[in-house]
Ligand binder design. Structure first.
Ligand code: DX5
Ligand code: ZN
Length: 221
């Protein structure tokens, strides 16, 4: 299981140094939450920030789009050379398959994000190739929320869907992830743990040690 650092909870004035620090934990990716104050009740980063991250530090960037309609931000994310572009299928104006194709033909990897309110039966009609399935374990919009209790069952069901359909995509979880639930999440067959406040809130050094300890205790890597 790898860690993707969600920088929504980070101190932006210190972001360069803090990214170097969490990289020493073994963080392999940056997770950038793009929010529009419409699909979710919060505003966050524009895609210019993705461009800056891509040009000034070495980690790949996954962009999590929480914008509706999503179309124009997908184009901006492609222009910003996001390595992964993850979107919520209900945010498209038309058929979400067109967005999948747009991202793929633009050279980025594509992820589908599942809002906690979206029934997993929705997955039964997905036939296109995707690179990531992102199970939201909080209601999207803010960092620092608690992991929703029933999420482990949804994560397991998402894992089953990937295995049964032999979809060559990674399984990611986002929201309320930290040392207390990393083992349980890894046991569900998760490939990517998105971690925000458990990494960036408070003492980053201590946070990284706590996460490293939680991961080392079961040799998750
Ligand atoms: C929530 C965002 C998450 C959030 C994670 O809408 O998509 O990526 O930043 O933050 P934590 O880990 O604090 O829940
Ligand atoms: Zn996110």
């Amino acid at each position: 299981m790898i860690i993707s650092a969600s920088i929504l909870a980070a101190n932006l004035l210190e972001i360069g140094a803090d990214l170097k620090r969490v990289k020493s934990l073994g963080v392999q990716r940056i997770h950038l939450d793009v929010m529009d104050n419409h699909y979710v009740p919060n505003l966050s980063f524009g895609l210019g920030f993705c461009q800056a991250l891509k040009s000034q530090q070495p980690l790949p960037v996954e962009v999590h789009l929480m914008t509706q309609p999503v179309e124009s931000t997908v184009v901006q994310a492609l222009d910003a050379q996001a390595d992964w572009i993850i979107f919520h299928p209900e945010t498209t104006k038309s058929d979400y398959h067109k967005i999948v194709e747009l991202i793929r033909s633009g050279g980025s990897r594509v992820g589908l994000a599942l809002h906690p309110n979206l029934s997993l039966e929705w997955l039964d009609q997905v036939t296109c190739q995707i690179d990531q399935l992102l199970v939201m374990t909080v209601v999207p919009g803010f960092s620092g929320q608690s992991f929703m209790d029933h999420s482990l069952n949804r994560i397991k069901a998402a894992r089953r869907w990937i295995d049964q359909t032999q979809t060559a995509c990674e399984l990611a979880v986002d929201g309320g992830v930290g040392p207390n639930n990393l083992l349980a999440i890894a046991d569900c067959g998760v490939d990517v743990a998105v971690i925000g406040s458990a990494l960036f809130s408070g003492d980053i050094q201590q946070n990284t040690l706590n996460i490293k300890h939680a991961m080392d205790s079961d040799a998750i890597y």
